[in-house]
Design a protein around this ligand. Structure first.
Ligand code: AP5
Ligand code: MG
Length: 189
């Protein structure tokens, strides 16, 4: 199986690149952010529980993330690999992912980390706010998302670096250029 964790700060292009990657490599797609937004849109109990947390730009509890992940993974059949977008988001989740793959008798192939400066990210998300109106694309919330990223998510990179699975990719440029850079990493493996 080809199992990838696409990693990077808010607005770094994880969702954008995922669309092309799942198509090219025929992968199942798991975006914890999208799954949470779907729960919100459906008005489920879980959605109600996470709304305030997401609107503030904080991380949702690991327990709830495990719940939505398990539900999603049960729905997968005969997959060639899985692309995770926005998961793992902290060290506990990195351990959860290791356990999850081991249950599926497989392992993570690589973690690809998109590198983009916060100035560029802020610009991208403010632009998206005008078009899509995502409720967490507000300047104060974006700043808190950056803070959460630096404090809780960034250490995950070190975790994968230590086991030789972290690949950093320059996330600045056109969508096509970045896609080529990511494919180069995957095709080398
Ligand atoms: P999540 O949905 O994961 O959001 P995020 O990490 O903040 O990232 P975004 O989705 O905003 O950005 P992206 O990297 O996907 O970039 P995109 O392609 O959209 O998480 C949201 C919230 O859910 C979290 O804050 C948390 O509360 C909760 N959550 C989710 N997962 C969790 C977890 N595992 N644990 C706990 N809580 C969790 O691109 C951004 C914009 O830039 C777009 O408008 C795009 O068109 C544009 N763009 C893309 N590429 C380029 C380019 N090359 N040049 C210029 N513009 C570009
Ligand atoms: Mg996204």
């Amino acid at each position: 199986m080809l199992n990838i964790a696409l990693f990077g700060p808010p607005g770094s292009g994880k969702g954008t690149q995922s669309k092309y990657l799942i198509e090219k490599y025929n992968l199942a797609y798991i975006s914890t952010g999208d799954l949470l937004r779907a729960e919100l849109a459906a008005g489920s109990d879980l959605g109600k529980q996470v709304k305030a947390v997401m609107d503030a730009g904080n991380l949702v509890s690991d327990e709830l993330i495990v719940q939505i992940l398990e539900k999603k993974i049960k729905s997968l059949e005969n997959v060639k690999g899985i692309l995770f977008d926005g998961f793992p988001r902290n060290l506990v989740q990195a351990y959860i992912l290791t356990g999850l793959f081991s249950k599926l008798n497989t392992e993570l192939t690589c973690m690809i980390s998109l590198e983009v400066s916060e100035d560029e990210l802020m610009g991208r998300m403010l632009k998206r706010a005008e078009i899509e109106g995502r409720s967490d694309d507000k300047p104060e919330t974006i700043r808190n998302r950056f803070k959460q990223y630096r404090e809780k998510t960034q250490p995950v990179e070190g975790f994968y670096e230590e086991i030789g699975k972290c690949y950093k990719v320059d996330g600045l440029g056109t969508i096509d250029e970045i896609f080529d850079r990511i494919c180069e990493v995957i095709d080398r493996l």
